[in-house]
Write a protein that binds this ligand. Structure first.
Ligand code: EPU
Length: 416
């Protein structure tokens, strides 16, 4: 698959645009299953995860035409109710097709994402939400079959504001008969962006804090929608500037979406300037230690935990990073340790004791965000860092090496 080679020690400088949000593109593509009419999406990032979701909906009967960052998704013939196991196993977000297919067809079969079982696995809230709309759900041979003779409105109170479960229920409820109430739903900007698209498609959704009320419709229509910018890419690129000791401006962002992140990095002493739709980090020296806990929006996003950890690893003291969303978030730790980082993990809390410098090493990206953390560490490390597993990074960052190169980084993609 190839690898990235990073030569550390070169401060970045310049301006870089941010793509549309991956985690808005995925549910928006799935929402096209709710109608036969065309759905046009703009600012769609060129990412592996987006290709995966487009393959999934293509297999289900949609025709997808891409022109750069613009996407036209059209209905073509009948929709299939059985999702391709390959793409669902590859990416958890593909499971979102269950609700829309069930709402359209009355029956849907979707494989469980990687190794989880019904009731206790990490899609239990999705299934409880669909059951609240009258679906009968069962798991057989690693797949979920959901059936309903027409969905009807219901009430679901989520024990935790799950992003995916909120999206799943919002989409299914848009085609249910009567009103649905979602209590303690996610208010991540990407969920709010899906709500904007669903409203354009004719869904009546009211929101009040974490409560959503959806008045179901018999049918939805086509729509045209521009996705919000990717706050995770923006945060990662800002940290790339910061860790390298450079000056970097990210363009086309919504600073408010990054508020918790900006509060934390400012507390480390990083100087950040805010402009109209742009953010700039200025050279600020090594970061001071901070104590951070990830949380659902508007809290500090779990997806920026690993990149932040890379930054704090060259800090001037011991930072505390508590993970409350994803148990397996600390996949970056071994790599940063191999580069000279001092990190101890106890349960869901990481203690990062800053060191003066990191050193290049040969590593592999275990997942999207840990991969980004390793790239950032490589930018400041002494010598060369070789990063394999770049298909993980490509899932969530569009040509990361091109963007960093534009900013003056010494980084190359090499094929095996
Ligand atoms: N969970 C359950 N049961 C459920 C659903 C979730 O136990 O039915 C648990 C999960 O196992 C996890 C936590 O709740 O521990 C958070 O899950 P959530 O449903 O909120 O997240 P998600 O929809 O699976 C999205 C993003 C993630 C991001 C999280 C949290 C997409 C496609 N993915 O995942 O993004 O970390 O929300 O904000 O929107 C990434 O981009 O790298 C990424 C992992």
């Amino acid at each position: 698959m190839g690898y990235l080679l990073v030569e550390g020690g070169h401060p970045l400088s310049g301006r870089v645009p941010v793509e549309g949000a991956k985690n808005a593109a995925l549910p928006a593509s799935v929402a096209s299953l709710l109608t036969d009419e065309p759905v046009v999406l703009h600012r769609v990032p060129q990412l592996r995860d987006v290709s995966t979701i487009l393959l999934t909906i293509g297999d289900l009967g949609k025709r997808v035409i891409r022109n750069g960052a613009d996407l036209l998704i059209r209905g073509e013939g009948t929709l299939s109710g059985e999702a391709n196991p390959y793409s669902v196993r590859k990416m958890r977000a593909s499971f979102l097709v269950l609700g829309p297919l069930l709402a359209r067809l009355g029956r849907a079969v979707v494989p469980l994402p990687g190794g989880c079982s019904l009731g206790e696995g990490p899609v239990d809230l999705h299934l409880r939400g669909l059951e609240a709309l009258g679906a009968r759900v069962r798991a057989e041979k690693g797949a979920v079959t959901a059936e309903a003779d027409g969905l009807r409105g219901g009430r679901i109170e989520l024990p935790f504001p799950s992003v995916g479960a909120t999206e799943q229920v919002l989409m299914a409820a848009s085609l249910a008969e009567g009103e649905t109430e979602i209590v303690n739903g996610s208010i991540e900007p990407e969920v709010v962006d899906l709500v904007r698209l669903l409203r354009k498609m004719g869904s009546e959704i009211e929101s009040n804090g974490r409560t959503y009320r959806v008045a179901g419709r018999a049918a939805l229509h086509g729509a045209e929608h521009t996705l919000i910018p990717d706050r995770m890419e923006a945060g990662t690129l800002l940290l790339a500037g910061a860790i390298s000791g450079g000056e970097v401006t990210v363009e086309g962002v919504v600073p408010d979406h990054l508020r918790a992140f900006l509060d934390v990095v400012s507390a480390t002493g990083l100087r950040v300037e805010e402009g109209d739709g742009e953010l700039t980090v200025l050279p600020s020296g090594r970061p001071s230690p901070v104590s951070v806990e990830t949380a659902p929006y508007p809290g500090f996003p779990t997806d920026l935990h690993p990149p932040l950890a890379a930054y704090l690893s060259i800090g001037t003291g011991t930072s505390r990073l508590a993970e409350t969303i994803f148990e397996h978030r600390f996949t970056y730790v071994d790599a940063l340790r191999a580069m000279g980082g001092r990190i101890a993990v106890s349960g869901r809390v990481g203690s990062i004791t800053g060191v003066k410098g990191l050193r290049g090493s040969s590593l592999s990206a275990p997942d999207i965000r840990a991969g980004a953390a390793i790239v950032l560490a490589g930018l400041v490390a002494e010598g060369e860092t070789k990063i394999g597993g770049i298909e993980q990074i490509d899932r969530g960052y569009a040509s990361i090496e091109e963007k960093l190169k534009r900013l003056g980084a010494r980084i190359e993609r090499q094929n095996d």
